[in-house]
Design a protein around this ligand. Sequence first.
Ligand code: APR
Length: 719
Amino acid sequence: MSQLPDGGISKMGTEEQPDSQEDFPVPRRKESWRGVPMEAIHRNLHLFEFEHLPPVAAGPLHWVMYELPVRESPPRPHKSPGKWDSEHVRLPCAPESKYPRENPDGSTTIDSRWEMIERALLQPIESSAKLQAAILSYNTTYRDQWHFRALHHLLDEELDESESRVFFEDLLPRIIRMALRLPDLIQSPIPLLKQQKNASLSLSQQQIACLLANAFLCTFPRRNTLKKRSEYSSFPDINFNRLYQSTGSAVLEKLKCIIHYFRRVCPTERDDSNVPTGVVTFVRRSGMPEHQVDWSQSGAPLGDVPLHVDAEGTIEDQGVGLLQVDFANKYLGGGVLGHGCVQEEIRFVICPELLVGKLFTESLRPFESLVMLGAERYSNYTGYAGSFEWSGNCDDPTPRDSSRRRQTAIVAIDALRFAQSHHQYREELMERELNKAYIGFVHWMATPPPGVATGNWGCGAFGGDSYLKALLQLMVCAQLGRPLAYYTFGNSEFRDDFHAMWLLLRSERTTVQQLWGVLRSYSKLVREKGAKEPREGKATKKKLYEFIREELRKEEAAVAPGTSRAAGAGEAVPPTTKSGRCSPESELLGKKAARTNAHSPDLFPPQASQENSDSSQEQAILMLSDDEEASAMMEAASLEAKLILGEEAKGAGSVARAGGAGGAGGRQLTLLEMLDSHYEKGQASKRPRKAAACSKVEGPAKSRRENDVEGATADKDAD
Ligand code: APR
């Protein structure tokens, strides 16, 4: 379906298959992969043998927007009273959704926003300019700001005469009809998947098409302002206006993918057989900082993770049936409705149902992830980033599960962005990445976890080192007993280096705890030397694996001959067994989670304990658990390096430096102390903790009109 980033046809690997092949018989053909064959990643079972999520069932933490059990196709919308509040999506068709309309005589009429939208969209629209005018007529705040240059370019220039006519005479009316069905396709409030809350939301593909048609027509209120303190400032954008204003060839190709999706799912007046009948589930996973894994106590053997590492292929094409990683932005979808066109953005336009997650998913905190199960693929593509091109229709062959979801599981986990490469080796930042991957890969069912399909997570736009990130993901898979399929996206040298490291970890029976100790030692090395020499590029990558090899050799030498390497102190985690059965630890975790899944997962106690956390250390951890704190750490690290350089130059004495690596005899400040020292100096902004929800002071009852005007003005202002 898709080709390698250089657009070239994937070439078969030329490397000889290494002799020391695994226990698995591997054909001696020149393969592009190393490690175990994909059959072993699937535990030599059917691709879809194991489930990623339990069947859809409404519960206190799972909102289902359609009637259960499903008796019709597509599923019938669930009905319950609408909500116009900060816990639910504000639908444009809600009676509370008002908008002030200026009259010719200068007076203002408070109108129902939905009526304005219907009036505007039911007019004949024969050109891109008229489409823009219609959209602006219910977004008057942005009349002078929004210029849909990309949309105009596509519809007026890219499409030829006949294609343009088909769009305006056939497809656009179908999109509009789908959008205006909002009041009858969405008949219950859509909850927001907010931070620090474990919650699931299931919608039918038809409902998603309706919501996305509204996003295409920019009808969602209060979602356009960029004001920092606005109601949805911690949510991704959902209205497509930003995409229409973006420039670049990739923008046009993304628009082609989206328009193609509407062509596939929006019915005509006479025939609705093309409406998809399936379901998609979104699961927000939110862990508690104090529940994080203690990586220095994990006895999980790294070599027991079945590893398949391939220089060819992509996660979406080769990771069928596995948990596929979305290299996300904490604002789900990243730049998909803007200029962006790398891994996450591409995934979201070839599987546009993922876009609806932007409507209700608040930005991800460091110990949170979002699992999306059921999204269908509608387009093929070639190229990558600037060379990305839509290359036609895709009829997704993926079978559906018992809840009618395509068995494609995608997990959004956002890596940290490193402006300076060497920051990523800081212990607390490596730990943040481990915990992020953990909350993404953890499997809350009693059945064995399917394998993970991933790659250079955080190593493109976010500037990470794939040599490090591959190991961190391997550690998490070892802890959770999940096979790992890793795609190096054309880099066969890294494929061989990662494979060789895995063979070494396997032969040495190295545990997570031991590797974590080695990484922490490397972190100290980088920090001590970091100030003296810039650590960029390949040198760092190679150095890391050379360092690990040396440390493992030292440890090997230190172990008396004839004694076996301990599985690691602390909580011994029985390894994944040869037959591929999951480790008892993840089964136990799974059983525990499965039991709690029907109720509130007791792995993550209810918010009260979160909100009432009163220990200063815990508060500090919560403070530090925010990515802004990670950025502050990186900033502090840079300042610290300059400090060291400065004092080195002055030949400073051995006095411990605030936040520094500590002079001779100087005590290493803790991260908190270091950060505090930088806060004091105003070098990092201290983030206020969330104020407890203040109780509204009710003023005297207002007339309906006063409320209306206030509401509408609020909408206009908040818009
Ligand atoms: N399959 C496997 N590997 C891939 C694929 C794919 N389909 N696409 C890209 N890669 C590899 C490439 O090597 C790429 O450089 O993953 C690397 C990282 O991809 P990025 O998308 O740059 O991911 P990241 O560095 O985590 O940046 C995340 O980019 O897409 C946005 O919204 C996202 O803001 C976020 C940022």
